[in-house]
Design a protein around this ligand. Structure first.
Ligand code: HEM
Length: 147
């Protein structure tokens, strides 16, 4: 449908290298919730947030995040197939001390990045399409938190 076209088209328009966009997203995330920085055990090796974000370990995490989003975009027709992967990914994030409420802030940061990177192409329907997909991904990850 229209949602999928909006997501695929906008994701493609960000270009092949998604890392710089991921850096914008995580800069925003750490601005909104600086405490999240300390969940990365390697954050003690850097001074400022900007230093952290340019360190290899952080860039690697940013790369991993963008790959998961890329997988979701590629599987829009069967997001279901990512269920086990995302549940496990949620489990790993629970283990490092993330709580599910933080995913709302991550979502806000994702939208912020899209707004910055897409400019005029960032519209209300596009925002909603991304929110819909993101909420499916987050719901699957959240199932990884043991009750
Ligand atoms: C791994 C933190 C959001 C994808 C990790 C690790 C930490 C972490 C500490 C382990 C160290 C590392 O691999 O760098 C966080 C925090 C987040 C967040 C604080 C925001 C609240 C996300 C999101 C995604 C994601 C939104 C993707 C949708 C991954 C992946 C790994 C990972 C793929 C590697 C897991 C593995 O080793 O198998 N994250 N993360 N993270 N994160 Fe995140």
């Amino acid at each position: 449908g229209k949602d999928k076209e909006l997501i695929r088209g906008s994701w493609e328009s960000l270009g092949k290298n998604k890392v710089p966009h991921g850096v914008i997203m995580f800069s925003r995330l750490f601005e909104l919730d600086p405490a999240l920085l300390s969940l990365f055990h390697y954050s003690t090796n850097c001074g400022s947030t900007q230093d952290c974000l340019s360190s290899p370990e952080f860039l690697e995490h940013v790369t991993k995040v963008m790959l998961v989003i890329d997988a979701a975009v590629s599987h829009l027709d069967d997001l279901h197939s990512l269920e086990d992967f995302l549940l496990n990914l949620g489990r790993k994030h629970q283990a490092v001390g993330v709580n599910t409420q933080s995913f709302a802030v991550v979502g806000e940061s994702l939208l912020y990045m899209l707004q910055c990177s897409l400019g005029q192409a960032y519209t209300a329907p596009l925002r909603q399409a991304w929110l819909n997909m993101y909420s499916i991904v987050v719901a699957a990850m959240s199932r990884g938190w043991a009750k």
